[in-house]
Design a protein around this ligand. Structure first.
Ligand SMILES: Cc1cc2nc3c(=O)[nH]c(=O)nc-3n(C[C@H](O)[C@H](O)[C@H](O)COP(=O)(O)OP(=O)(O)OC[C@H]3O[C@@H](n4cnc5c(N)ncnc54)[C@H](O)[C@@H]3O)c2cc1C
Length: 404
């Protein structure tokens, strides 16, 4: 990290450990799961942290990390069989947090691949389909995407999806467009959701990148999650065999099962993103001096740090409980929505404080925090905006739907 203005005073006092786990939530994992989380941390710090600012600045994806991620063994945490890593959904949350603590783009790549895409097949595919696609995905040999959002329909996809599918003999014809689809510029396995022209029900399909009716254009010039390669997919009379239709996806309710699972993961991303920014800011506060003393010794700087730590700790405790409920099969849509909305709000606040603490240096990519500020904006909006998640919780607690 570039630390301009470091002072010799740093040597005059002992800097406490830089650790955003103030309430020791990692102690609640068993030894085996703690080792997995530790492996992820070591991988992220050794392999991703040193290269990510450069890729972020260039809007490129570091393909060389894919086999290395595979080696960490984090494909399909929480799934059983099919070569999946297994473990609890609580562990899945910790892994999500560890990834985002260093880089939210890498976390998003992983979440789209193993959560949204492989998760759709795991939850909505039949046995033959799971056997056919999941093992290669769990080994990161085949990468997945998840196409739900459309150019004209974002929050309203449940009722307003415009992409259609029409049965023709033993195949389906898909027509429409999908926007914002993470990994889609290079994914092998694209899960596409489309509305059946006959029944009006939403169905899921697996579309290969080589399908002549499938084309994808990279979305350029993003100001957040720049490493994630988001695609704009066009489906033009895209012929998909019935065998590649997800056999257990009969309506949007099945799509929603996937989103419930991954929305909880995004809450963990928000905690990781806030925690990473806090830890960078704390380190900076001990290394940067002004007025001949480390800035961490100023009351107003400590106020920023403690506000950040409060946000990180409160949200860590919230997702910890969410992960326990998820592991026990007790997590509802509204549980996941409350955590996603609340943790992303707190994350956005935390990264803002971190940037403030770094002064002008906070906007230099070399100092990392600027990337966290930008990336928090995307996490805040994807997988259901704050407003949509609020409406889900509002309906649950009042019994009244405010959806229009
Ligand atoms: C970086 C990134 C990655 C993404 N990756 C994927 C992906 O891999 N796959 C995928 O399918 N999608 C993906 N998305 C899409 C994402 O899920 C959508 O952006 C999100 O659901 C919001 O939809 P929208 O952007 O169209 O906003 P809109 O739905 O147009 O909403 C605009 C604003 O209106 C508000 N609003 C809408 N309806 C209501 C209402 N009824 N009441 C109150 N307020 C309302 C929203 O909260 C928001 O503030 C990604 C998005 C981003 C930015």
């Amino acid at each position: 990290m570039t630390m301009q203005g470091s002072s010799k005073r740093k040597a005059e006092y002992v800097v406490p450990p830089i650790d955003g786990d103030f309430y020791r939530i990692a102690d609640l994992l068993d030894a085996k799961e703690r080792a997995v989380a530790q492996r992820v941390r070591e991988f992220m710090e050794a392999e991703v942290a040193p290269i990510i600012e450069d890729y972020w600045a260039r809007d490129k994806f570091p393909f060389e990390i894919i086999p290395k991620i595979a080696g960490v063994g984090i494909g399909g945490i929480g799934y059983e069989g099919y070569g999946a890593a297994g473990g609890s959904m609580l562990l899945n949350g910790f892994v999500a947090m560890e990834l985002a603590r260093v880089d939210s783009s890498t976390a998003t790549f992983w979440g789209v691949h193993t959560g949204l895409s492989a998760g759709s097949i795991y939850l909505c595919g039949d046995e033959e389909q799971k056997q056919r696609w999941l093992p290669a995905m769990m080994r990161f040999e085949k990468i997945g995407s998840f196409g739900l959002t459309e150019p004209l329909v974002g929050s309203a996809t449940s009722g307003g999806m415009m992409t259609t599918c029409r049965r023709e003999g033993d195949a389906w014809l898909l027509n429409g467009e999908k926007k914002w689809i993470g990994n889609a510029t290079f994914a092998d396995i694209n899960v596409i959701w489309a509305r059946d022209e006959a029944s009006g029900k939403v169905k899921g399909f697996v579309v290969g990148k080589e399908n002549p009716g499938f084309s994808v254009k990279k979305i350029e010039s993003k100001m957040a999650l720049r490493v994630v390669q988001n695609g704009w997919i066009t489906l033009k009379d895209c012929r998909v065999p019935e065998a590649d239709r997800l056999q257990r996806a009969d309506s949007f309710k099945d799509t929603a099962k996937v989103l419930r699972m991954t929305r909880a993961g995004v809450a963990w991303f928000a905690v990781g993103c806030g925690r990473g920014a806090y830890e960078h800011a704390l380190r900076y506060a001990t290394e940067r001096s002004q007025f001949a003393r480390p800035i961490g010794g100023f009351q107003l700087v400590q106020d920023l740090l403690v506000r950040m730590l409060g946000n990180v700790t409160a949200t860590e405790c919230m997702v910890l409980r969410l992960g326990q409920l998820q592991s026990q099969g007790l997590m509802t849509d509204e549980h996941a929505s409350l955590a996603k909305a609340f943790c992303t709000v707190k994350c956005r606040e935390t990264v803002g404080y971190a940037r403030e603490l770094l002064g002008g240096n906070g906007i230099l990519l070399d100092n990392h925090v600027g990337r966290f500020v930008a990336d928090a904006e995307a996490i805040y909006s994807y997988e259901g905006t704050r407003e949509m998640n609020t409406l889900i919780v509002g309906k649950a607690i009042t019994g009244l739907s405010a959806f229009v």
